[in-house]
Write a protein that binds this ligand. Sequence first.
Ligand code: ZN
Length: 175
Amino acid sequence: MGPKTKSPPGDTNQSDRDIFFMRAAMEAAIEARDKGDIPIGAVMVHEDKIIAKAGNARKISSDPTAHAEILVLREAAEKLGDWRLLGCTLYVTLEPCTMCAGALVLARLTRVVFGASDPKAGAVESLYTILADPRLNHQPVVTSGVLADETGELLRGFFRARRTKKAEKYSNTSD
Ligand code: ZN
């Protein structure tokens, strides 16, 4: 994060704020990538301030549930001293999966903003629409596609580099 800026200038409109906070989520994604995890990042915003920030840590913590969204949910709930995250907005660089979408409903989150869509596992718009399902007792407001190109490129670049590395590793073996 920049020079201690934790909230955007006061007179910005909603879409400028969304971009500001999505950039913070991207920073967390880049930190995750630099530790060897898939670059997905999230921040939780309460009263226009970031109260939690995390990158995907599945690999480094050997934990299949250590998705960025779950990590920021836990940190934010602990900080607020309440499991209900009413009034909070989650920003995440990739469309949440079924587990995370379920957790966001359980946390009574007010709003969810995500970047790139995930056609293979997305549970907000792509494969399922868990956050809009009227059979569940809470429906967060959803905004999708914020910095979709940049957040998506972060992932594509990661997988491209990984394929190249694998190809190099096996280029001298015959299989
Ligand atoms: Zn997830």
